[in-house]
Design a protein around this ligand. Structure first.
Ligand code: GRF
Length: 209
């Protein structure tokens, strides 16, 4: 059973999910702490949040590498330097490649109820479809786009006057709480993956290493 004390968090934007993890990990009882924050671009609030929290940061821009494979190897190496137990992709707008996925468990958060509305515009797509309920999904990343085994989901209502920004903010309020809860439980209790089924903690009460 895996456990997750050291977190590397990857961001591409405002980093409010990162902030929720930073705040939670101020309490040692949380069981996990953010040891580094990585990004695919500079000048974002997510990196500023890390700096304010005195957490080291790194940036790897896809455009600075001749091929995607070179970027995949570079970001994997940057992550590996911090020896994480778990990588959290929290609003990171790139798909991680095999070098990272084979080396570390990667947790991802998505603002829709997968498998509905995967991809970069989950909130917009759900709204355009006219759903009355959407939500957020915390899953383990695999090589696909939002296709990995689901760890947790929570529903959020769509209200009649919602636009994309209003609905996304309502989802993110739930998403931050769910992500903090799940990362903490994974760190404290460990987890197992069997096919597409993710189980946190040792339900049988037996050995948990
Ligand atoms: C989250 O809703 C995440 O699921 C999506 O982008 C948002 C990131 O928000 N991919 P933040 O940067 O954590 O504030």
């Amino acid at each position: 059973m895996s456990k997750a004390g050291r977190l590397v968090v990857l961001v591409s934007g405002s980093g409010t999910n990162l902030q929720a993890l930073l705040d939670a990990s101020a309490d040692p009882a949380y069981g996990a702490r953010v040891v580094a924050v990585g990004a695919d671009r500079e000048g974002i609030e997510g990196l500023a949040r890390a700096t304010r929290a005195q957490v080291p940061t790194f940036v790897e821009k896809l455009g600075e590498y001749p091929t995607r494979a070179d970027w995949d190897a570079a970001i994997a190496a940057r992550i590996a330097a911090y020896e994480p137990d778990l990588v959290v992709s929290a609003g990171f707008m790139k798909i991680l490649g095999t070098p990272t996925l084979q080396a570390f468990p990667v947790l991802n958060t998505h603002p829709a109820l997968l498998p509905s509305f995967p991809g970069a515009h989950g909130v917009r797509d759900a709204l355009a479809h006219g759903v009355k309920v959407t939500g957020c999904t915390v899953m383990l990343a695999d090589e696909g786009i939002d296709t990995g085994p689901i760890v947790a989901q929570e529903a959020v209502p769509v209200l009649p006057d919602d636009d994309e920004a209003v609905l996304h903010e309502r989802i993110k309020t739930v998403e931050r709480r769910l992500l903090v809860e799940i990362v903490g439980r994974m760190a404290r209790e460990g987890w197992t993956v069997s096919g597409r089924t993710v189980r946190i903690g040792n339900q049988s009460g037996g050995e948990s290493t």
